[in-house]
Design a protein around this ligand. Structure first.
Ligand SMILES: O=C(O)CCC(=O)C(=O)O
Length: 267
């Protein structure tokens, strides 16, 4: 049976750069099914936000808690265009299943450093044509630091649901920025400022625009400085960002543990 464990060159890239890419890990039919699932989730979240829950703003960013998720809207005043849904796996059975897919779980065993892994968090980033906004440079680890003590063991996988290009705002990662743990944030820039990485603390000239065909998987460290530009195109740039951790810890935002890789003989 084919293994999805890390190849030596991927191990080296992870250590040196803080990321590596597996192009077209999922085939076109699988990706089409996941896109449909993502749209079901978005429609469900939209309905839930319209019908209940509660909305709030932080530094001009608009959020709504509904359907067991934090739903973030695009920045335009009154925009109902969803930017991010976290977590979202519980809103569709197709997405639930993909979390246990060996193409995610097996490499995560190596990156987490444990045969037994669980889900930490999962985001649906929608980046709609023309409206999808940029993400400023940040690391994920400072955001999670108040919540968990195993920050070095929270690898991310970004699964591209559409071809991601510079025009539609592909992810950008800064090679080697993961080596010094949590970097200083932007103090004095509102409540979210500390979560954006101080540009004096990393070398932006080492940024890589991760142009990736739909179905590709980008694995990146929780300490990797990353961000993306807005979507200037007529093409969507949807993606899942899924974060794993060692088993035995509860999920971010959810009062429960969700063991991954439970399907029989999926290794
Ligand atoms: O989807 C993007 O372009 C950025 C995603 C990101 O930075 C994140 O999910 O932490």
């Amino acid at each position: 049976m084919r293994t999805h464990r890390l190849a030596p060159a991927e191990h080296r890239a992870w250590e040196r750069d803080g990321f590596f890419l597996r192009s077209r890990a999922f085939g076109p039919e699988e990706v089409a099914a996941l896109r449909a699932a993502a749209e079901r989730v978005a429609a469900r979240a939209e309905r839930a936000a319209a019908q209940g829950g509660h909305g709030y703003e932080v530094d001009g960013n608009r959020y709504h808690e509904a359907a067991g998720a934090t739903i973030q809207f695009e920045h335009g005043p009154g925009s109902r265009c969803i930017r991010v849904i976290e977590p979202f796996h519980h809103l569709d059975a197709e997405i639930e299943r993909v979390l246990d897919d060996p193409r995610l779980v097996e490499p995560m065993r190596d990156l987490v450093g444990s045969e037994s892994v669980s889900l930490f968090t999962d985001k649906l980033n929608l980046k709609r044509p023309r409206e999808g906004s940029r993400f400023r440079w940040h690391q994920d680890s400072p955001y999670w630091a108040h919540f968990c003590g195993h920050l070095d063991r929270l690898p991310n996988a970004m699964l591209a649901l559409d071809d991601a290009s510079e025009e539609n705002g592909c992810l950008r990662v800064v090679a080697g920025s993961h080596t010094r743990g949590c970097l200083p944030g932007l103090e004095g820039e509102g409540r979210l400022g500390p979560l954006f990485t101080d540009p004096r603390c990393f070398d932006a000239s080492r940024q890589v625009a991760v142009v990736m065909p739909a179905g590709s998987l980008l694995f990146f460290s929780p300490h990797t400085v990353h961000g993306s530009e807005s979507n200037r195109s007529d093409a969507a740039r949807r993606a899942f960002v899924i974060t794993y951790q060692p088993a035995g810890y509860r999920m971010f935002k959810v009062d429960a543990e969700r063991r991954a890789g439970r399907a029989p003989q999926n290794v």
